[in-house]
Design a protein around this ligand. Structure first.
Ligand SMILES: [Zn+2]
Length: 117
């Protein structure tokens, strides 16, 4: 695993970490949360969260499974909500934005599509 020193506490952390796992300070070079990260299994939500929090992805998945067993559909809805609001690529659109775009195109056929940002 590639590591880097945390600029806040100088501990050696995962080079891709967004938050330091020792002092929890957000890394200045951290990209926005997105799902196209190494080690993703299903929607990439657990892998994305593990990078955000600097936690082991296995820990996040164990917590997810425990939470599903404990709360059932509530956790599945929470997972779906995070997936829905997290873009796949760093600069990409969230599934929520794509849905809104798709619906507005559906109802505004005559409107000229807005220029890409
Ligand atoms: Zn730190």
């Amino acid at each position: 695993m590639e590591t880097k020193p945390c600029p806040a506490c100088f501990q050696s952390i995962d080079a891709r970490a967004i938050k330091c796992s020792f002092c929890a300070s957000r890394q200045p070079d951290a990209p926005l949360m997105h799902r196209n990260v190494p080690g993703r299994v299903l929607g990439g939500v657990c892998a994305a969260l593990s990078l955000q929090f600097g936690w082991d992805p296995v820990l996040i998945r164990v917590l997810l499974v425990v939470s599903i067993v404990g709360t059932g559909a509530l956790t599945l809805w929470a997972y779906a909500l995070v997936w829905f609001l997290t873009p796949f690529e760093v600069q990409g659109k969230t599934p929520a934005t794509k849905l809104v775009d798709g619906l507005s195109n559906l109802f505004n056929k005559e409107r000229v599509p807005s220029a890409p940002a």
